[in-house]
Design a protein around this ligand. Structure first.
Ligand code: SF4
Length: 505
């Protein structure tokens, strides 16, 4: 999973006197808002709208706040267009600086920069094709492959271009990306415009918006991002790209330039709703937080338990815990405080070390826990080690019972579309039944949201065909069907083993 962001200055913004550095500042803010999608590295590439053979680049490892400084961001003072990327690697080496995106390739029409979110399921085959055509690759990432294939398409079409606008590579881009099935959401930039591309399955999200000056109704800039939470506060979300859609953003505005044949139904990653996306993002027309709350409500409908409090594992499961509490009527009370200064907890080799790591990360609100029967809500369980340590910590603090409720179905299968889900052997639910998982975690009981429940939450309110007693507006509830040309669907492969494409194992 990665985060991508792009912005281009609007023609009308010149009369509004856009301050120097404003555009790059908005780009850094956008990447900061997408930090949850990738923390390994960040990069920005800018162009001045005139020079075709040069782009300015700033890249580095670490968080956005560590990569960009007032000095290096000054490089972009003349930029009228920028695209950026936060990386969470699934292919390619984690540490190599040449794997940090956006990639820049020199093509027959000038520099082209690429930011990619997703993982190409057919990358291995395409990589061999490219190498056998004599094209050298400098990394083992699938994203560089896309850049080289665009360069090749530009070269092949070069004679036909003659009087063609040099910044317009829409045709070459469409030819290149239509050779891939999934998973990609891309930003592809030439010297004066950029393209936003969503794959025909719609596996990764992508949306576009217009930035307005706070004192004017004139457009200041146009932007695209993995999630709408990355847009500036004065921006309006214009639309989410349809699966297979290619959109051009330039100083003249936003226009749809190509529609590849979409896969039916689409296969947006359902884990965007469960875990990845930020609560305040609008996805498929609805707020992610609302969907998560509906998952909690649905889970309570499927459950019958007597308990004193409902609580959450901060912060990602808060919305689901609130939903569960509303539906079940069991009082919500926090029982864990998350230390915001403790980073990612690494896998510890023994249970003692895991409990110690958890204690650093979470403080227990002892007064809320002592003698209580707790329904503890989390969004998902991967290996189960963290959860078993958490249950132990709550018991040590005096919890009478700990009943774990997971606001998504059991993770049983690997992901080949850009999410680092461990191998099946490592997934706690892959080869265990519910009693064995409960025993492994050490909880009094464990229950997951059913696949049907999640899909129900995902589908029913949009279709408005479900039993009214279980009708909760969630994953697709806010979708205006009249605005959607295609049958909407979600990838649930890591839960069901039903992959949207044939995976070449
Ligand atoms: S397999 Fe799971 S994580 Fe991967 S794209 Fe599908 S739903 Fe998302």
């Amino acid at each position: 999973m990665c985060g991508i962001f792009g912005i281009v200055q609007a023609e009308s913004s010149q009369s509004l006197g856009l301050p120097v550095g404003c555009l790059s500042g908005l780009a850094v803010d956008g990447l900061t808002a997408l930090q949850h999608r990738g923390t390994e590295s960040s990069g920005l590439v800018g162009a001045d709208g005139v020079e075709r053979q040069h782009m300015d680049i700033v890249k580095g490892h670490g968080l956005v706040r560590d990569v960009y400084t007032s000095e290096n961001i000054g490089k972009f003072n003349d930029s009228v267009i920028l695209i950026g990327h936060n990386r969470y690697s699934t292919s390619g080496k984690k540490s190599g600086i040449n794997c940090v995106q956006p990639f820049v390739v020199y093509t027959a029409v000038g520099c082209v920069a690429i930011s990619h979110n997703g993982e190409l399921v057919d990358a291995k085959k395409k990589r061999l094709e490219v190498l056998h055509q004599g094209v050298g690759l400098s990394t083992d990432t699938d994203s560089e492959l896309i850049g080289q294939m665009i360069a090749k398409a530009v070269a092949l079409n070069y004679k036909c271009r003659r009087d063609h606008d040099p910044g317009d590579i829409s045709r070459e881009l469409a030819v290149t990306v239509s050779a891939f099935s999934t998973s990609y959401s891309l930003l592809v930039m030439t010297y004066d415009r950029f393209y936003a591309v969503r794959d025909p399955y719609g596996n990764r999200p992508l949306c576009v918006g217009t930035v307005y000056n706070s004192s004017s109704t004139e457009a200041l800039a146009y932007c695209a991002a993995s999630e709408s939470c990355a847009f500036p506060s004065t921006a309006k979300l214009d639309f989410e790209l349809q699966p297979g859609e290619i959109v051009e953003l330039s100083k003249n505005g936003i226009k749809s330039v190509c529609q590849m044949k979409p896969h039916t139904p689409s296969a947006m990653c359902i884990f965007e709703y469960v875990y990845f996306a930020r609560n305040d993002t609008i996805m498929e027309g609805q707020q992610v937080q609302t969907v998560r709350e509906a998952c909690g409500k649905q889970m309570a409908l499927e459950d019958q338990i007597e308990a004193d409090i409902v609580s959450n594992v901060p912060d990602s499961s808060t919305a689901a815990a609130i939903g569960y509490s509303i539906q079940s009527g069991i009082h919500y009370e926090p029982c864990l405080h998350r230390n915001p200064y403790v980073g990612r907890s690494f896998i510890q080799p023994s249970n003692e070390l895991r409990v110690s790591a958890i204690k650093k990360k979470f403080g227990v609100l002892k007064k809320n826990v002592e003698g209580k029967r707790i329904v503890l809500i989390d969004d998902s369980i991967v290996r189960g080690n963290t959860m078993s340590a958490l249950v132990k910590v709550l018991r040590e603090a005096g919890a009478k019972e700990v009943h774990l409720r997971i606001a998504s179905p059991p993770l049983r299968f690997a992901c080949f579309m850009g999410i680092n889900i461990p191998t099946r052997e490592e997934l706690v639910a892959a080869n265990r039944d519910i009693d064995q998982v409960t025993q492994f975690i050490g909880a009094d009981s464990v229950k997951y949201l059913s696949v049907e429940g999640l899909q129900h939450v995902c589908f029913c309110l949009c279709a408005r065909q479900c039993n009214p007693f279980t009708l909760f507006q969630a994953v697709q509830s806010g979708i205006d069907k009249s605005d959607t040309k295609f049958e909407v669907g979600h990838c649930t492969a890591c839960l069901t083993g039903n992959y949207p494409v044939n995976i070449d194992f």
